[in-house]
Design a protein around this ligand. Structure first.
Ligand SMILES: NCc1[nH]cc(CCC(=O)O)c1CC(=O)O
Length: 314
């Protein structure tokens, strides 16, 4: 009865968003969604990134730490489909595998979560903001150099527990993750992505399969072209900036009703004092022209930042 096996990381967020994709795949296959676990079972795969707690090792290992074991399982045929948070995927693609589907994107913004405060600007001097993201650290320090940024790792639940235990006064999290976990009541306010670009691909999922299997009906049904265009622009910038876990790089694209793409991308020094930004619009974009725009803006930032870029971000 099994039609395909879906691989995912084991965190609550990963299995929740994979379950969302699973139900859509089963419906697109014309099968009964109530029997989703029989027709398209989830296979939990532990990645190195899930096991390593040391930030230095994560930085050294790069982003494929969260995807490699899952991609290997796909190549071996142990699973047929993999669901990833696009934000956690490296810019370069793996030989033999393709991203088959970009489902419709969740909220791409960062959310401000705190027990005591309403927003970053509401925090008193010296208050502690918990994050493990260099981009969030740099953006917060850019407007609030007087707050203290403390390292806060772990999955969404762990970070909320640490906040409630008083390890810090506020945290920044992807709104998408909180929404998917039905935890959006914790959100006090949102960071405006037109002012502080969110992570490339934030809020978007990538459904990956073997390149040989890409021509299937359910794939065509789930694919969301406007999402694909926006994330192509963002990931073009990411690619040009050679961003990694060690870099403070943001890229945010949106598509208006009249089909104009707006892209905002930025890189920051870790302390938030230096900031390179580019903005551009493109009428009637395609996936390819959106990517080209992202690459161009990313290269412009690299050229402008010059040696500083290497020093801060290389
Ligand atoms: N790096 C962890 C990660 N990967 C994807 C999400 C959230 C969901 C998304 O961006 O799609 C998160 C948590 C966070 O940044 O708060």
């Amino acid at each position: 009865m099994i039609r395909l096996k879906i691989g995912t990381r084991g965190s609550k967020l990963a299995t929740t968003q994979c379950g969302w994709v699973q139900r859509q795949i089963v419906a697109a296959l014309g099968e009964d969604v109530a029997r989703a676990d029989e027709i398209a079972p989830l296979v939990i795969i532990s990645t190195q990134g899930d096991r390593i707690q040391d930030r230095r090792l994560i930085e050294a290992g790069g982003k494929q730490l969260f995807t490699k074991e899952i991609e290997d399982a796909l190549l071996r045929g142990d699973i047929d489909v993999a669901v990833h948070s696009l934000k956690d995927m490296p810019a370069n693609e793996v030989e033999g595998l393709s991203i088959a589907v970009f489902p419709v994107r969740e909220d791409p913004r960062d959310a401000f979560v705190s027990v005591k405060y309403q927003s970053l600007m509401d925090m008193p001097a010296g208050a502690k903001l918990g994050t493990a993201s260099l981009r969030r650290q740099a953006q917060a320090l850019n407007v609030r150099p007087d707050i203290e940024v403390v390292m806060l790792r772990g999955n969404v639940d762990t970070r909320l527990k640490k906040l409630e235990a008083g390890d810090c006064d506020a945290i920044l999290l992807a709104a998408a993750g909180l929404n998917r976990l039905s935890l959006s009541h914790h959100i006090k306010s949102y960071i405006d992505p037109d002012q502080f670009a969110s992570a490339p691909g934030q809020g978007a999922l990538a459904v990956q399969c073997r390149t040989a299997d890409i021509d299937q009906d359910w794939i065509r049904k789930l694919h969301h072209v406007p999402t694909h265009i926006c994330i192509s622009a963002e990931r073009g910038a990411l690619e040009a900036l050679e961003a990694s876990c060690r870099t403070a790089v943001g890229a945010y694209a949106k598509l208006s009703d009249d089909h104009t793409l707006t892209l905002f991308t930025e890189a920051l020094s870790a302390d938030g004092t230096t900031r390179w930004q580019r903005r551009a619009k493109l009428a009637n974009p395609t996936v390819e022209s959106a990517r080209t725009l992202g690459l161009r803006l990313g290269h412009e930032i690299r050229d402008e930042a010059g040696d500083d870029f290497i020093q801060y971000l290389g």
